[in-house]
Design a protein around this ligand. Structure first.
Ligand code: SF4
Ligand code: FES
Length: 378
């Protein structure tokens, strides 16, 4: 592990006290019936034998609530792959957390969804991979997924859950974004999250098939801007733009270790879903230490708090407290240095290289997908 500051500091050497997390992503399993090629899960997936048991999740939820977490996103993989999902939800709800279930809608029957309602699910977020059966089934790698998802979305609204549609957009479906927004509205969603694929985990293996063109990125931005005006008061649109074509990076996670944390299926606690790509960080586990200690004291969480760790050009940049130098995992992936300026930033010395690579990937003449699969025995 590199030398890490025991106490995060700003550029004047003043100690920085971390804020409190509002949201926690609980990835309760990596098992999933779908095989989406843009999955943000790590390429090395956690096997079922290593998953944290429901009793441990109950303790983690209580510790999260004590720490200040208000909402938990129960996710995976597919959370429905765990038979004890209702028990896990019940303990999150009992801890006083607002429970958002992030699901593919595959493998959860109507009866089970009703049980999850009783157990305390407050909100459902359903992923859609396309606006027609052929596209949705091809991208998800799961024949029949479209029909199952449409049935599931009906149950969601019949039972009365607030619904968010999660649509990951990329070169193979970006032109259908207007139809996707229309579909979300027709399904009764109150919110749609339009997320341009982020090239971490499995997605990075599929850059050449999924990287949007600059024109598509501009088109998507316009579609979102227009729809936000047209649908104001009816449908909220969250948007994660294609940052490879942007001028400045996004403030990833709202800043490292500042507003949220992820607990992986094996109980390790990460500042973001891709943090284990930074191979010199060591992540502590809720089996060994309390969530509060991990949040406040662990080296991994303190590594990129404050501004003292920053290199130029971030150190002297007026945006350093707005975007916090961008995404640490992207800096690691592209610059090979997690402390570097996010290379998608136009001030990064690697920016021209990043843009050239993104344009080369976007021009690639392939639609072939490498699907996310767990090795046998998972
Ligand atoms: Fe953000 Fe750093 Fe770029 Fe400035 S130089 S805009 S702080 S990433
Ligand atoms: Fe890890 Fe952006 S995905 S900091």
């Amino acid at each position: 592990m590199k030398d890490l500051p025991a106490q995060p500091r700003d550029l004047d050497g003043n100690p920085v006290t971390p804020g409190l997390p509002m949201a926690m992503l609980a990835e309760i399993t990596h098992r999933c019936p779908l095989a989406c090629p843009y999955c943000s899960n790590p390429v090395e997936l956690t096997r079922s034998q290593a998953e944290l048991p429901a009793e441990d999740w109950a303790r983690v939820f209580r510790e999260a609530a004590d720490l200040g977490v208000l909402q938990v996103h129960i996710s995976g993989g597919e959370p429905g792959a765990r038979r004890d999902l209702a028990q896990i939800v019940e303990s999150a709800s009992a801890a006083g957390l607002y429970v958002n279930l992030i699901t593919s809608g595959i493998g959860i029957t109507r009866q089970r969804l009703e049980e999850l309602d009783s157990a305390g699910v407050d909100h459902v977020q359903l992923s859609l991979q396309g606006i027609r059966p052929d596209m949705a089934d091809r991208i998800s790698g799961h024949p029949g997924s479209w029909d199952k998802k449409m049935g599931f979305s009906e149950w969601v609204t019949e039972i009365g859950f607030p619904l968010t549609i999660n649509a990951v957009v990329h070169r193979q479906n970006m032109e259908r974004l207007p139809d996707m927004i229309e579909l979300a509205e027709s399904l009764g969603a109150r919110r749609i999250e339009v997320a341009t694929v982020q090239f971490h985990g499995w997605a990075d293996l599929n850059r050449k098939a999924l990287m949007p063109t600059r024109e598509q990125a501009a088109f998507a931005r316009q579609v979102v801007n227009d729809a936000r005006v047209r649908l104001r008061g009816r449908l909220v649109i969250d948007y994660v733009p294609a940052d490879h074509h942007a001028v400045y990076p996004k403030a990833c996670m709202g800043g490292w270790g500042s507003t949220g944390l992820n607990v992986a299926p094996d109980g390790s606690v990460l500042p973001c879903h891709a943090a284990n790509s930074i191979d010199w960080l060591q992540f502590e586990n809720v089996r060994d230490r309390s969530l509060s200690d991990i949040w406040h004291l662990s080296d991994a969480f303190n590594a990129f708090r404050g501004t003292e760790w920053m290199a130029e050009p971030c150190r002297s940049c007026e945006r350093k407290n707005m975007d916090f130098g961008g995404c640490r995992c992207q800096a690691m992936a592209i610059a090979g240095d997690a402390r570097a300026t996010d290379p998608v930033c136009s001030k990064s010395p690697l920016h021209a290289q990043v843009v050239a690579r993104a344009e080369e990937d976007a021009d690639a003449d392939t639609a072939e997908l490498i699907y996310r699969r767990m090795k046998k025995g998972g």
